[in-house]
Design a protein around this ligand. Structure first.
Ligand SMILES: Nc1ncnc2c1ncn2[C@@H]1O[C@H](COP(=O)(O)OP(=O)(O)OP(=O)(O)O)[C@@H](O)[C@H]1O
Ligand SMILES: [Mg+2]
Length: 113
């Protein structure tokens, strides 16, 4: 199993959610986040000292999926969230060892859906 963490523009979330539903992905975790990427943020001044960091609001969407669906889901994210401009976000992929549904004790493939 793989975990996909997508850091996206908040305004892209509903489109992504609909796109994921359309391919049968319903389990996900969403966190309001803030961050910065490759571009330097605007310069600000705090009590006479300039600072460089400007945090931009983002949404972090986490989903754990079967590895066989990874490319398909990544395509859904890119299709839903791309505007072809800087700041569209980023996707991080990592491996998950186990998933357990608390109610039933199901594990792995049975538990992830
Ligand atoms: N290397 C990273 N590690 C953790 N979070 C990151 C990283 N890069 C970007 N992020 C998160 O993703 C958000 C969106 O990043 P962003 O799309 O601006 O990436 P970028 O690398 O600057 O690409 P682009 O040039 O398209 O803007 C950031 O606000 C931050 O929350
Ligand atoms: Mg950026």
């Amino acid at each position: 199993m793989k975990k996909i963490e997508a850091i996206i523009r908040p305004e892209a979330f509903q489109t992504l959610k609909d796109g994921l539903s359309a391919v049968g992905i319903s389990g996900l975790t969403v966190t309001e986040a803030a961050g910065c990427g490759k571009q330097q943020g605007k310069k600000g001044v705090f009590r006479g000292t300039s600072f460089e960091i400007q945090l931009v609001p983002r949404v972090k969407v986490e989903m754990v999926i079967e590895e066989s669906r990874l490319d398909e889901i990544v395509d859904v994210i890119i299709d839903s969230c791309s505007t072809d401009t800087i700041g569209d976000g980023k996707i991080f992929i990592s491996s998950i060892e186990e998933v357990i549904r608390i109610r039933s004790g199901e594990r792995g493939k049975e538990a992830v859906l």
